[in-house]
Ligand binder design. Sequence first.
Ligand code: UDP
Length: 500
Amino acid sequence: RLIDIEVEHTIEEYATDTVLRDSVRTMQNAVTDDVAALDGRTVWMVNSTASGGGVAEMMPKLVGLFRALGIDAEWAVIDVDEPVFFEFTKGIHNLLHGAGDPDLVDHERSIYEATSRSVADELEDHIAPEDVLVVHDPQPLAAGSMVADALNVPAVWRCHIGSEEHSEKSRTAWEFLRPWIADYDRTVFTLPAYVPAFLETEADIIPPAIDPFSAKNRRLKPQEAATVLARADLIDTDHPVERFDQPARRLQADGTFAPATDPDDIGLLFRPTICQISRWDGLKGFVPLLRGFAELKRDVREDVDASVKTAANGGDDSTDSERSAAHRQRIEDARLLLVGPDPSSVADDPEGRQALENLEEEWLALDPEVRSDVAVVVMPPDQHDSALVINALQRCSSVVAQNSLQEGFGLTVTEAMWKRAVLMGADTGGISAQIRDGEDGRLVPDSGDPASVARTLDDVLGSPERWDDWSYSAQRHVTDTYLVFEQVTRWLDTLGELVD
Ligand code: UDP
């Protein structure tokens, strides 16, 4: 299925922005020869879903910018109506991250192969031998290799998944993928550490990137951000605003999701708010983040109780911790927002619902005092509305967290760094490649351990004097390395060499 893409911004529009101008001009100079080499060819980007997750997020921006540069580019999504196919590919995804059952069931394998065959047949009707095929991730990997084989079209496999740890499980998954990968001319990975050792095909490194003009990342004035949050039912306002057709919904004490009846108590804008926005996936670390937050809250409460007792006994304050009164107050006031998509809107992630249910159980089991400080929120299902809500949330939160247990890259981190948010990320994979600890924000040493989360959060909330430095440095880092202009330059370098 071809996805319609409009070129939203011309190159000159990007170049009018003074922050972006240098990056845009550098890109234009670097890609001239590669754009010429692609003349007369269509670049086909193929992936598994049009919405949900980082790949779907990047695709329209990348294809849009290719077109703005005069390249003929198309985005195709494999239309698979076979749940077993996605269950199998999600299983492979998990294994590559060292999780799940390494016994690849024959029946599922054969469904993967048969489905790939029919996807390949469909792609072959559109693609010409002189075109260029770029296939993203394991879902369309086999279909792409069949097309490359049948048409002899130059082909690249772009793997967005990666883990620095190589386990027996990840080896099983790689062994399965290996014969298909061999049919590609080149491969692309996010970080050098993610390239599997067996790979004979040439591997390029292209980190993901964000489009600074997209709805998710464009500048929002404070008033606009507040309006977006009010339209999503996430904050209350006396001023009449037109609600989104389907606003955000929040987990209620009866276990259902409903529009927030009392949005004000989420505390955004007026309370220190820690926010994590991710797909509902066990590897995103929502549960240890929630537990760590609850632990820090309890710790402060006990601390306060102890000092009250000491004072009542006429003693000194020696049982009190090192925290200043302002620091303690900040923790007492802190709110945690755990935000993700409506699970039914993410076609290629069948485990989303289960992961959300696990989190719901955790939330319902919290002691009521802490529970009222934690909101579990499901985004408006409309993609444009939810992009605006993410933009506003990242700008209005005091701390943006990404506590993943493993993370190939973590676009949510890039998005928040670009907005000068204060970052607290897990010390893993792509997150630690982006956040330099103590320079662009803070890293949680062991994101699976609530105590480690609590200590780092305590530290972040106790260092407001560092926030400006961190966030300034974070934005510079993204401007230099993770904007779509740098990404396009690297892609065209790879594609130019491919057709050379
Ligand atoms: N995202 C979204 N809606 C949500 C949660 C996340 O659009 O409810 C976006 C998020 O802003 C980011 C992407 O999905 O652009 C997630 O990319 P990331 O690399 O962080 O993780 P992935 O989902 O690819 O594992």
